[in-house]
Write a protein that binds this ligand. Sequence first.
Ligand SMILES: *Cc1c(COP(=O)(O)O)cnc(C)c1O
Length: 353
Amino acid sequence: MSRYMSRRHSSLVPYVPGEQPKERKFIKLNTNESPFPPPEPVLKAVAEAAAGLQLYSDPTCCRIAERLAATYGVSPDMVIVSNGSDDVLNYAFCAFCDEDNPALFADITYGFYPVFANLNNIPYTEIPLREDFTIDINDYIGRKGTVFIANPNAPTGIQLPVSEIERLVSADPGRIVVVDEAYVDFGGDTCLGLVDRYPNILITRTYSKSRSMAGARLGFAIGNREIVGDLQTIRNSTNPYNINSMTMAAGIASLDCEDYTRACCEEICRVRAYTGERLVSMGFEVLDSRTNFLFASNPRIDGGDYYLKLREKGILVRHFSLPRISRFNRITVGTQEQMDALLAATEEILKEI
Ligand SMILES: *Cc1c(COP(=O)(O)O)cnc(C)c1O
């Protein structure tokens, strides 16, 4: 750190993204990207938009916001578009938390939440998941603060019923509950049906996983128009041009390809079930996933060792050296072929030990 870094940020520990190796061709099952390319119309839209790059992108994002609103059955002023959903999550920490109103989230959840809290100088409490890695919503009810829930959760993959989130949202209209639905398209249940009835729920979504557009950086949030207005205030005070015109065009084109997206998600769910069963038959514990990844552990091998041995065989998964989950690995569900390679490598590794 230089001597010029502000005192406010001198102890900031940044988020560590999963590796994007350059040196060698890996089977990449470590960052929950889609194994499928974006559909043809998305590529075409990007090329067309590129021809107009001399102009600023639309700071109101009105065309894509209108299309998202129509797709998800809300009005356009209930939608804010962002540079990946990480961007709008950061706005939510900034807008809805402060010294007197801490952030509340699970001890095992998306690793970016504590980073956003620290960046914005917000106190936070990590609330332990139950022993079986499910959320007990009673731990949140009656506790002061803005709640962030990834649902389905990451890295566990476990879904919390919408009725439980509704219980939390309705118990205290004085606090906001942010539901991060990054993985909801892989068989999860959405809380979108709650946004018309409750002014204190915000739902964040991303194009990175189910829409095969991680590299485009596009996310959005849906909620009551007043809280979305607050987020727009933060956005317009940070970077009103946070979505570039190619990404915006790609995002609109993707909404014209719902059959393609659905087919990709269905294939991932099929391959997830197949891979999960095979891992269980090899002695793994596999949590019940509603996402495009599996969270798995095997009593015969340490999580860190399994990660390293897969890496030696050219397969990358994600291991977290954290207290309650170090025996697990998070394995992105790729194509059938990629998962067969993972399963074959795993068989070899288990034979070797
Ligand atoms: C991947 C992910 C996101 C966001 O990713 P973006 O690429 O920034 O849209 C948000 N929340 C969770 C839980 C994720 O796993």
